[in-house]
Write a protein that binds this ligand. Structure first.
Ligand code: F6R
Length: 608
């Protein structure tokens, strides 16, 4: 979703802005633009399409002089992707320029009022309202002006603003959309996300809701919505810039798939101490854990899919009823949240608008909330009562892989902890599970190293029209993610079905040669799914089976088999998903798709 960068310092701003925007490309966008104060005026350049169009237009920024500026990659919401709708937007005299991430919900009303006062609009965006509103309220004092605008707008926003009359300062403000400030040696930065500034600094401030930052070349000052100065602590970013670079891999997605053994290890390791599961950050006593009556897991997309796995695992292992909801449904369905409920919000970015809204809904109703979040300091991490971090590091590819794997193991650990405290598993069972859990990284590595087999298979399916994924129980949850991975990056239509549901309609879609990936890792459901495979085969399907090592008899029913190493029945998702990720990846590569930045998708969905 939209990316914001701003710079003020000793160096030429435009190349730095373009470089920062390139680091935010993963968020998804369809146009880009920059505004730079050249010493006399604010110059603006915008271009539809990839950032390289804007880079070519400005000769990598070198043709735009000036050491203060703001930049933006736009993911269209209000108005089609076009030069005129691209940000920055500005007032008529071009004395104020603004870039925006988020949605101004009352923009129609504001636009009508401004039009009545003689303002003319050139774009279809909600953002242009901000440029004119800043002009309308301009008092000569930017902070006063910004706070007036903040009081008038409804919705979510992260803004970068420059004023021609205040050429020594970049202003930034946020509400419900991410924005950080980077403190550099020879200048200061604003950005939607840390990778955009990491080349220049590791010292960042996380701007909180309704806070304003004013950056000069040497100083950074923060204000609240009343315009009063406030003090903020900076944080040092621990991870390396290499973590946000491709490091020799063809795509971020492939690199991130290869980081999964480390991600899984890093997420598990700090929570096992002397052979015991210790989740200090949970902030719940054993008594409180025993008092949990129901768990509500809320998330979007792949994070939701890990939640579906967690439901099967937690209910079976800890015997706690678990409901899983897609966040956009949960927030509007007036959920029944009774005393003793625990709401778990799962999110890689920690900024997904629907998940954040669901969290707030749960908090408003007074139930305990836990965030399983990857981005440190993100909104969900800050607002949840407690937060369990997945230590996946920055995930750049739009299609999640390593954060998904980290979420899974965090959820297994939670289930084990709950089961143990509630007396649902013996010490020996926990020891066995911990052994299996700690073996996952090397087993994932083994599966990744077998990628050529999947690649060869995937190459046969680059022209496929439909692909189905089926499974039962945890295998159904794996199928959902396998299907999403394929469709989101290869644009091949794909659906996941609970294998037992096939007969109730879906099987009519099967034709001669239709590819069906059947996930068969649950021993107690093995025979049932094999029957479904046989039914599919007799309708002409070509069946790819993913099953546990040792189940060679499946070769009698399926056409192509991929074996995963033996592990505990609860953890098979962590292994079975690897060949499915690789399959989606290689089909997309074979089709020549933009794997890391699939069309229409954004990494961090910060609008509803
Ligand atoms: C798919 C994918 C998305 C995200 C979803 C939630 O590969 O990445 O489905 O899982 O948009 O995002 P987060 O986890 O940031 O809340």
């Amino acid at each position: 979703m939209c990316g914001i960068v701003g710079y003020i310092g000793k160096s030429q701003a435009a190349p730095i802005l373009l470089d920062g925007l390139a680091k935010l490309e993963y968020r998804g966008y369809d146009s880009a633009g920059i505004a730079v104060f050249d010493g006399e005026d604010i110059q603006v350049k915008k271009a539809t399409g990839r950032l390289k169009v804007l880079s070519e237009l400005t000769h990598d920024g070198t043709t735009m002089p000036g050491t203060i500026g703001i930049g933006h990659t736009r993911w269209a919401t209000h108005g089609a992707p076009s030069d005129v709708n691209a940000h920055p937007h500005y007032n008529k005299e071009r004395t104020i320029a603004v870039v925006h991430n988020g949605i101004i919900e009352n923009y129609v009303k504001l636009r009508t009022r401004l039009q009545e006062k003689g303002y003319t609009f050139v774009s279809e965006t909600d953002t242009e309202v901000l440029a004119h509103l800043l002009d309308y309220y301009y008092t000569g004092d930017p902070i006063e002006t910004i706070t007036k605008v903040m009081h008038r707008v409804e919705g979510s926003y992260a803004l970068g603003i420059i004023f021609k009359e205040h050429p020594g300062t970049v202003y930034a403000v946020r509400k419900d959309s991410p924005l950080i400030v980077g403190k550099g040696k020879d200048g200061n930065f604003i950005a939607s996300d840390v990778p955009a500034v990491l080349k220049y600094t590791r010292e960042v401030f996380f701007i909180q809701n309704e806070e304003i930052a004013a950056l000069t070349e040497e100083t950074i000052t923060f204000f609240n919505i009343d315009g009063e100065e406030i003090q903020k602590e900076s944080s040092m970013i621990e991870w390396d810039i290499n973590a946000a670079e491709k490091g020799g891999y063809e795509h971020f997605m492939l690199k991130e798939m290869y980081e999964q053994p480390k991600t899984v290890r890093d997420t598990i390791a700090p929570r096992i101490k002397d052979g015991k599961i210790v989740i200090e950050e949970l902030g719940m006593s054993d008594e409180e854990i025993r008092a949990i009556k129901r768990i509500h897991i809320v998330a979007c997309g792949s994070a939701y899919h890990t939640g579906v796995t967690a439901k099967y695992v937690m209910e079976d292992m800890a015997r706690i009823p678990v409901e899983v909801d897609v966040a956009s449904e949960f927030r509007y369905r007036n959920p029944i949240l009774e005393e003793g409920a625990l709401v778990i919000i799962i999110s890689q970015s920690g900024e997904t608008a629907d998940s954040l809204a669901a969290l707030r809904e749960a908090k408003e109703r007074g139930v305990k909330t836990l965030g399983i979040v990857n981005v440190v300091g993100s909104s969900i991490a800050r607002e949840a009562d407690s937060v369990m971090y997945t230590w996946a590091g920055p995930e750049i590819a739009v299609a999640t892989t390593k954060a998904y794997s980290a979420q899974l193991v965090a959820e297994y650990l939670l289930a084990m902890k709950f089961a143990q405290v509630r007396g649902m598993v013996t010490e020996e069972e926990i020891e066995g599970m911990l052994r299996d859990l700690q073996r996952l990284p090397e087993q994932i590595e083994m599966l990744l190293n077998n990628k050529e087999k999947i690649q060869r298979f995937a190459n046969r399916y680059i022209a496929a029209k439909d692909v189905f994924f089926v499974g039962r129980g945890i295998d159904y949850a794996i199928s959902m993610e396998g299907s999403l991975k394929l469709k989101e990056i290869s644009y091949i239509h794909s659906e996941a079905y609970a294998a037992g549901e096939l007969k109730h309609g879906t099987i009519s879609l099967i034709e001669d040669g239709t590819l069906v990936a059947a996930v068969v890792t649950q021993e107690d459901l093995y025979k049932k799914t094999i029957s479904n495979i046989v039914e599919l085969k007799s309708r002409g399907a070509f069946v790819l089976a993913v099953t546990n090592t040792g189940h060679t008899e499946i070769e009698k029913s399926a056409d192509y088999v991929i074996y995963i190493p033996q592990t505990n029945k609860y953890f098979t998702n962590s292994l079975a998903i690897i060949p499915l990720q690789l399959f989606g990846y290689y089909v997309a590569v074979g089709k020549g798709c933009d794997v890391d930045k699939p069309r229409n998708l954004a990494k961090s969905v910060t609008v509803e």
